[in-house]
Design a protein around this ligand. Sequence first.
Ligand code: ATP
Ligand code: PAU
Ligand code: K
Length: 259
Amino acid sequence: MLLCIDTGNTNTVFSIWDGEKFLAHWRISTDHRRTADEYFVWLSTLIAVRRFDLDINACIISATAPRVVFNLRVLCNRYFDIRPLVVGKPECLLPVEPRVDPGTKVGPDRLANAVAAFDRHGGHSVVVDFGTATNFDVVDADGAYVGGVIAPGVNLSLEALHMAAAALPHVDVTMPERVIGTNTVACIQSGIYWGYIGLIEGITRRIKQERDHPVKVIGTGGLAPLFDQGFDLFDAIEDDLTVHGLRLIHDYNKEMGNG
Ligand SMILES: Nc1ncnc2c1ncn2[C@@H]1O[C@H](COP(=O)(O)OP(=O)(O)OP(=O)(O)O)[C@@H](O)[C@H]1O
Ligand SMILES: CC(C)(CO)[C@@H](O)C(=O)NCCC(=O)O
Ligand SMILES: [K+]
């Protein structure tokens, strides 16, 4: 079984691939202080609940927070006796290299998104990923990541508003019926919701103008469905895009005799 670990700045997803399908996706908050032993206790508890044998013989990691990699490597070595592939490190091959400015370290989650989008939708696409950041990852005809956009994430914007303005409470993200709010909470919800609708519409329109080929827009991340209600923002929503990409990158390395 392959263990795919997608560490974002807020949450980390552990997914188990049995060679044909994902058996489970488990989520834990990202904390670089978490030790290998802590991860293992957590993992083995979840595996016991699901009653399948833990037979992990390969691991691939995407870490947008590089500090977590040390303890994840220890987890792999100590408990599974394997060396993980770490996306973005020179020893981890990619089906196509990204085409960006020299010296740019593209986020490994964006590299995985590009590989997954190319697999499911072919070239000429853009992934809109709603995580800690709201990032747009542009995929070329051959599947290469060729750049994109990084905007503050929805929950980050809400948090910033609440922290910086004494009179503004923390609110949940929902779709308000009307743009004009008649109370404080409704005003904030409107600013966030309609603000992000405008951001997604505006940025995808401009990305399409900059490309010389029609572009498919793929939404992913927990909040993608919320922004899809009644709007034509996305051609597809994929909830497991990043781990799907990790699985493909692992398989590619195996095919190439690497790891
Ligand atoms: N209506 C909602 N309001 C607030 N949060 C939501 C809502 N729906 C989903 N979420 C949250 O969105 C998050 C989506 O997870 P996702 O993996 O896409 O990004 P993340 O974990 O926040 O960021 P990162 O991947 O950068 O760590 C989950 O933590 C989930 O609890
Ligand atoms: C943009 C985020 C934060 C999205 O998770 C991550 O991919 C990242 O830290 N990227 C590094 C910079 C870049 O991708 O250009
Ligand atoms: K993510």
